[in-house]
Each structure stands twice: as C-alpha cells, then as structure tokens.
Design a protein around this ligand. Structure first.
Ligand code: XLS
Ligand code: NI
Ligand code: NI
Length: 442
C-alpha cells in the first residue's frame, strides 16, 4: 500500500538540480563541524498540518486531496499513521510531533478518547520499531473543543481545569510510551479576551499550579523529556499569557518553575509579538532557555499565524546562527509547524514544501557556520563593547563602580566619543556571505 505513489525517496541532487522532488542544499550526509546535517538539524514533521488538516480557512472549506480521507473515524486515523510513516521515510525527516486529537478522533467521553489514543499509539509504536523515526514531542490540544471556550488551565471553570489535567496526564503517559524527547505546552486559549470578566491573578496562579502538577506527574512516572512552553502573543486569545520568551521567562521565575522548562520558539509567533525570529531565539539562548524551534514564517502583510514553510534564507541564517551559538538544540529540533497554502492541495505539495523548508534551513546552517567560523558578529560586537574591557567600563562590569565614583569620572570627562554602529556595512557583509556560500558549487 502506498499513499504517495508519485514520489520516491527524496535524494540530494545539489544546487544545480531542476528536480522538484530533490534536495538542492540539504545533504543529510554532509558533515559540518563534525556532525552530519541530518544529526544536527533534527527536522520534524508536524502531524496536524501534514496529515490531519484539510486546508480549510475561516472563509472556505478544505481543498486538500488526501487519499486517507476516503475513510472516517478510526479507519482514517489508522490510514494516516501508514501515510505518515511512508512520508517520514520518503522525505527523510527523523522526527515528528503531534497533538492528541491529530492522531485519533475524540470519543463521546474522556475514557473513549483515551481508548482511541491507545489503539493509535500502539500502532505508531509498531511503526517506530521498524523505522529510525523518533517522537520529537507530543502535546494535548486543549483549545479546539468548545469546552475550552474560556481556556484550559486558566479557565474560569474548575471542571475544565480538571479535564485539561486529565488530557495532559494521558499525553505524558503517551510521551513516555513512545520515547518522546520533549513535551510541549502551547497555551492555545490560556489568556483572556477582556478584563471586564477576568480574574487575571487567579488565572495565572492556576496556570502555574497546572505546570507544577505536570512536572510532578512526569517525575512520578519517570518521563524525563524536556518540557517546553511555546510562547505566542495572541490568536486565538486576544491576550495570551505566554506572550513571548521574555514574559514567559518572568512567569517561570515568579512561580519557581524555571528549572523545569525551556522554550519552543516559533518564527511566526515571534513576528506576531512584534519581534524578529532571531530576537526570540537570542533572548531564549542567553537565558539558557532555547529548547526547540517551530520552523515556519508569517506573511509580513498579514497579522495572523499563517504558518508558511520557511523560505526566507536571511531569517533561517540568523536563526541558525543562534542555534549554533547555543551549541545546537539538545533534545529539541526544527519542527515544521507549517502548512501548504490552500491552493497547494496535491499530496506532492507536502513534499515540495518540506523539501523547501529543509533546503532553506540547510542554506541558513551553512552560511551561519561560515559566519561563526569567521567570527563576523563576534568581532563587530567585541569592538562595539570594547569600552567595558578596561578602565571605567571594566570597573562597572566587575561591580567596582558606584554612583559616586561614576560621577567623579563623568565630571572629569572632556568629551564623549561614540563609534559608528556600521549597520549598512554589516548587512552588506551578511549578504556577501549568503551570495557566496555556494559559489564554488554553482
Ligand atoms: C499554534 C501553535 C501550535 C503549537 C502546538 O499556533 O503553533 O501549533 O505548535 O500546539
Ligand atoms: Ni507551533
Ligand atoms: Ni503557531
């Protein structure tokens, strides 16, 4: 049985290839800094966008042509597992991610939903035995069903808090069963629409209680995956509590949870928060919180999470720079939380899109490796902050200065000389690296 009969295993053919079903830049076997690209980049496929979604949008129904849609219910869920493993094998991604509801339909009751999960998880486990594909992370979808209308752990209704806890408990057990390397919390509706009916203090305290219970339960069952919170500023809630990496960090510090969590940074969420992707990665990195990445991109003209496949090599270069400086992603990976456009409805488009995403991060990785090797940014920054290496600046960073000594120093200053930030030349340098990275091969 094959679900993608028009596609064979995707191979690397190099920058000159005209084959839409081949990698141009991602060469899984190529060794960079002592590791193959495949080992380092840890690409993941998002189950929801690739196998579950039908490409509907708020104005139109689904357009996707998917062989498994001829079935319903559990039969469709089983067909999706077959298709998924065929896809992983053909595209050569070594990881996947899912929400509970992506893999199996919800039942009439919680216990029926759990039974459906058990059947599909057992099937996934069998497939995993025969493949080298691993679970990057799983998560509970505590936002789609109407019961989550007022949130999950931050709901005004304690019954919903309890129900949400039961769903996460189940997913922690499943994560353990499938050897998941991380576990993600994205607070889809953990936020509020208006303060006029919201107890913001209680909601945040409850959210923290919920996270603590998850930490405790994972420990109890011996599930040692890295816990990740995925910040997003809005959508579906008007105000989401895990707004961005910095506010999520403050939340984790306030509630004493910071040692148990890292962050899953999504490019499109960064831009929705009014940041660049690299800002979110940098903030997480310098605070020891960079855990994993949802690799996608938004449309600069649209103010919502369009989840496009990454195509901006400037952005993937700066992102890979952060990842290299982080020493890699550890147990994390690059999960394509991205969907083909509604007009790209053929099954082959799923391959084209993943190939493009994998190629664009591979380009970013190569260029960023070269930038790091040549200390391009390091030299710029060392020079820019040189005043803190000696004299008064050294005293400041070593804690030897106070307002009195600084006033004395300032009174003695004849003039203050600033240096140019040289932004134009820096941008030109990055472009020079981007344009020449493959010069030898083209
Ligand atoms: C939605 C989020 C979601 C998470 C997982 O915007 O990106 O897909 O990655 O719940
Ligand atoms: Ni995401
Ligand atoms: Ni998203």
């Amino acid at each position: 049985m094959t679900w993608f009969e028009n596609v064979n295993k995707i191979k690397y053919e190099g920058p000159q290839s005209k084959n839409n079903l081949a990698f141009k830049f991602y060469n899984p076997e190529e060794v960079i800094n002592g590791k193959t690209m495949e080992e380092y980049l840890r690409y993941g496929v998002a189950y929801w966008h690739t196998f579950t979604a039908d490409l509907s949008d708020p104005f139109g129904s689904g357009t996707a042509i998917r062989g498994w849609d001829k079935f319903d219910g559990m039969d469709r869920a089983k067909a999706r597992v077959e298709a998924a493993f065929e896809f992983f094998e053909k595209i050569g991604a070594k990881y996947f991610c899912f929400h509970d509801v992506d893999i199996a339909p919800e039942g009439e009751t919680l216990s029926e939903s759990n039974k459906n999960q058990d059947v599909i998880v057992a099937m996934i486990k069998e497939y995993m035995k025969d493949s080298d594909v691993k679970l990057l992370w799983n998560t509970a979808n505590n936002f789609t069903n109407p019961r989550f209308v007022h949130g999950a752990a931050s709901s005004s209704n304690a019954d919903v808090f309890a129900y949400s806890a039961a769903k996460v408990k189940k997913q922690l057990e499943i994560g353990k069963e499938l050897g998941g390397e991380n576990y993600v919390f994205w607070g889809g509706r953990e936020g509020y629409e208006t303060l006029l009916n919201t107890d913001l203090g209680l909601e945040q305290d409850n959210l923290a209680r919920f996270f603590q219970m998850a930490v405790d339960y994972a420990k109890e069952i011996g599930f040692d995956a890295q816990f990740l919170i995925e910040p997003k500023p809005k959508e579906p809630s008007t105000h989401q509590y895990d707004f961005d990496s910095q506010s999520t960090h403050a939340f984790l510090l306030k509630y004493g949870l910071v040692d148990h969590f890292k962050l899953n940074i999504e490019a499109n969420h960064a831009t929705l928060a009014g940041h660049t992707f690299e800002h979110e990665l940098r903030y997480a990195r310098v605070n020891g919180l960079l855990g994993s990445v949802d690799a996608n991109q938004g449309d600069p003209l649209l103010g919502w999470d369009t989840d496009e496949f990454p195509a901006d090599i400037y952005s993937t270069t700066l992102a890979m720079y952060e990842i290299i400086k982080n020493g890699g992603l550890g147990s994390g990976g690059l999960n394509f939380d991205a969907k083909v456009r509604r007009g790209s409805f053929d099954p082959e488009d799923l391959f084209h899109a993943h190939i493009a995403g994998m190629d664009h991060f591979a380009v970013g990785y190569k260029v960023a490796s070269k930038l790091v090797e040549d200390n391009v940014f390091e030299n710029i920054i060392d020079e820019r902050y040189a005043s803190y290496k000696e004299g008064i600046g050294k005293d400041i960073v070593e804690g030897k200065a106070d307002f009195k000594s600084l006033e004395e120093y300032a009174l003695g200053l004849k003039e203050i000389k600033n240096k140019s930030g040289r932004l134009e030349v820096i941008k030109a340098t990055i472009n020079q690296y981007l344009l020449t990275a493959y010069a030898g091969e083209l």
